[in-house]
Design a protein around this ligand. Sequence first.
Ligand SMILES: Nc1ncnc2c1ncn2[C@@H]1O[C@H](COP(=O)(O)OP(=O)(O)OP(=O)(O)O)[C@@H](O)[C@H]1O
Ligand SMILES: [Mg+2]
Length: 364
Amino acid sequence: MARITFDSVGKKYPNGFVALEGLNLDIADKEFLVLLGPSGCGKSTTLNMIAGLEDVTDGNLLFDRDVMNTVPPHKRDVAMVFQSYALYPHKTVYDNIAFGLRMRKHPKGEIDRRVRDAARRLEIEPLLERRPDQLSGGQRQRVALGRAMVRQPAVFLMDEPLSNLDAALRISMRAEIKQLHQVMQTTFVYVTHDQAEALTLADRIVVMRGGVVQQVGSPDAIYEQPRNMFVASFLGNPPINFLEGRLAQEEGRVVFRRGQLRLGLPDHVIAKVGSQVGREVVLGIRAEDVFETQPGAEGVQGRIVSVLPVGSDQFYEMEVEGVKLFFRLGKEVQHRSGDNAALGVNVNRLHLFDKQTTQSLVWN
Ligand SMILES: Nc1ncnc2c1ncn2[C@@H]1O[C@H](COP(=O)(O)OP(=O)(O)OP(=O)(O)O)[C@@H](O)[C@H]1O
Ligand SMILES: [Mg+2]
């Protein structure tokens, strides 16, 4: 059992730099939690505090009910996998995986059983006698996973474990890590700056920026109901489109307006902002929330700047009221670059933010 609680945790490095502020977070036992955010936002700092590699300089870190602030790393029952793998170059795969257990003086037979069991699960049994320089990147990553697995830790920490792998391997290793979590039945805390990786792996995602948590929620909640423009733009590929404009009242209904563009807002949005006609807002349209327009549909008009086929779909770059927007459409839509075209917009899925605060007007 390992529940991890951050109670108003802060981190100030010795040089005075504040890397993390007021973190309140409860990680449930057996949860797969992903820390997501751009470089420098404090992901590794947070993970290293769980491991005990960095001390907590403000607030409390608890495992279950125990305050861990001053407990040394080797007494924490955590195992960590680093981006660099950190394998011993002169030891065999077997010895790399066995190393931690030998240090803890486990009996030889048990070490052998655990090493072979991990190697079998990770499909690296035939490689046990090789050294790391005789392995591919993906195989090295598996050895690093194996070394953490054999410890049977209560908490599994991973810091960008796939970032050294090529794109195809990264996707197949994602599936393996997800499976590993199911088999091991332990708490996983996983750091990445790759939004797609976070969306596939996580039970919950913590989106961070500049040492401050922006939003915590399931992948669906983070994607569908972003609380601010940063979260909205950090998830999604191509990224969400933003259009500055105003709320206006026209013919008895509340619309978003920018130049000639008018988009009627759905009831759940009007319920939140209906009384704020004139307010400066930013509209968010996700790339996939457009379709071939039909008579009477709400939509956008503009010039198609480019059409980029991407296998099953196509990307449209379209200029609307002086702003370039990126959309993803099915192959059945057949505009060409240079065309003036209209596209339908799924207004039920629109996002709306306050221009000044960048906070969502719909999901707060
Ligand atoms: N020992 C240190 N002393 C001072 N500042 C540090 C130290 N370690 C990290 N920082 C700073 O703290 C901030 C957070 O660093 P951290 O390594 O947690 O970021 P990260 O989110 O893991 O980024 P990346 O995606 O690049 O790994 C950064 O601005 C970094 O420069
Ligand atoms: Mg990092």
